[in-house]
Design a protein around this ligand. Structure first.
Ligand code: A3P
Ligand code: MG
Ligand code: MG
Length: 380
């Protein structure tokens, strides 16, 4: 059964046994004590400009500006006239994060390692967004995922591969869906200033190529992680806690008018919001609730650490411990499968709703994660 597969996978003398071929995502299997999750530490950051070029600095970091009591944000404004959309058919894989690693190898904190060691000293390198998908897997019923993994010098790199279903969705989005994807970025423009002493400029262009990304190190159970995620803005106060404690995540959501909508917001949206911000240690989420026409009707702040209390009255609701234990076990599963240290080998992990996680192995395939420029530079 799934339970036995999972149990065998966690047993201590598994080297004597057959490797587990699958991993169950049944939430009941992960209801145990919250695993160790160390406070994430920012080890660096980088910026992507309006042309998606990499800069090893914080030029794209923006500052949170508290809105007036009743803001008059129209999220539809500028969609047809002042919007430059990132080309999401271009698959960047881990490239920008790898660029950051090459430029900052000395900044990655490695304990129990000689300074001259060639290894990075972390078990996994990935994007925060990929881990968010792993965290929410035990509760996901709509969308599956594929995650490619390769081991190079002792570190496993994990990069998402777009599923056929996700590609189909991306290529057949309705005009309404396309416009609503803009609304989240427009909200950011209303809420952020480019400079610490500045004010938002709602008349400017929204360019979704631009990004500021934090790079954090942490540990989940016995997994040493290095990952990066986009950060929307930081608070202006120079005496605020150091990053990531000063960062603010911005979100939009449909206004809540009925108990059913309130319940759905708790059950589905807050799960995703919590997972995304908890992982990198972003302490607050500022949400703009908007009506059907894209007018923001209220702005509310959520403390990431209080979200789990907020949802506790919801019947049969999601639990942070299930998310984190599943992630920890999935990373253990990857470690047990990805044994060969060879960046030309890709282990492709796949999960579909109501199924177990499975994997296939590929050599020199289009799924390859690590580019030659990275491998060459790491060896020099
Ligand atoms: P909302 O979060 O307000 O929906 P993020 O919140 O992660 O900073 O992302 C900023 C915006 O990008 C989102 O705003 C949304 O508009 C868009 N976006 C991000 N991920 C998306 C996805 N998977 N599908 C559609 N839009 C997405
Ligand atoms: Mg963002
Ligand atoms: Mg956001």
């Amino acid at each position: 059964s799934d339970y036995n597969t999972n149990k065998r996978h966690r047993s201590s003398d598994e080297s004597q046994q057959r490797l587990p071929e699958t991993l169950s995502a049944h939430r009941q299997l992960y209801e145990r004590n919250f695993p160790l999750y160390k406070q994430p530490v920012e080890v660096g950051f980088f910026s992507l400009d309006s042309r998606r070029s990499f800069f090893n600095d914080q030029r794209q970091l923006r500052y949170y500006v508290q809105p007036r009591k009743s803001p008059d944000f129209n999220l539809r404004d500028g969609y047809t006239s002042r919007f430059v959309k990132r080309d999401d058919s271009v698959k960047e894989k881990l490239d920008h994060l790898l660029q950051w690693i090459l430029a900052n190898r000395d900044k990655i904190q490695t304990r129990d390692q000689t300074p001259s060691s060639s290894a990075l000293g972390v078990d996994f390198v990935t994007w925060r967004g990929h881990l968010t998908k792993v965290l929410t897997t035990p509760y996901e019923t709509q969308e599956g995922w594929m995650l490619a993994a390769s081991k190079f010098r002792g570190t496993i790199y994990i990069s998402e591969v777009e599923t056929d279903a996700a590609r189909e969705n991306r290529e057949t989005r309705s005009e309404r869906q396309e416009e609503m994807m803009y609304w989240g970025y427009k909200f950011e423009q209303y809420m952020c200033a480019d400079n610490v002493d500045g004010t938002p400029d709602p008349g400017g262009v929204v360019n979704t190529n631009e990004a500021f990304c934090t790079v954090v190190q942490t540990r989940l159970a016995d997994h040493k992680l290095l990952f990066s995620g986009e950060v929307d803005c930081r608070v202006k106060d120079p005496d605020a806690p150091p990053a990531p404690g000063c960062y603010v995540e911005l979100k939009t959501s449909a206004e809540i008018c009925t108990p059913k909508q309130q319940s759905n917001f708790h059950r589905y949206k807050l799960l995703k919001w919590w997972a995304q911000s908890f992982l990198p240690g972003v302490p607050q989420i500022v949400a703009g609730f908007r009506d059907h026409d894209g007018i923001v009707v209220s702005v509310e702040t959520f403390q990431t650490s209080k979200i789990s209390q907020l949802i506790k009255n919801e019947y049969n609701c999601w639990k942070p411990t299930v998310c984190m234990n599943f992630c920890s076990d999935f990373l253990s599963f990857i470690k047990s499968v990805v044994k060969e240290d060879d960046p030309r080998l890709v282990y492709l992990f796949r999960w579909d709703p109501h199924r177990d996680v499975t994997y296939t192995v590929h050599r020199d395939s289009p799924f390859t994660i690590l580019p030659d420029w990275y491998i060459k530079d790491m060896k020099s």
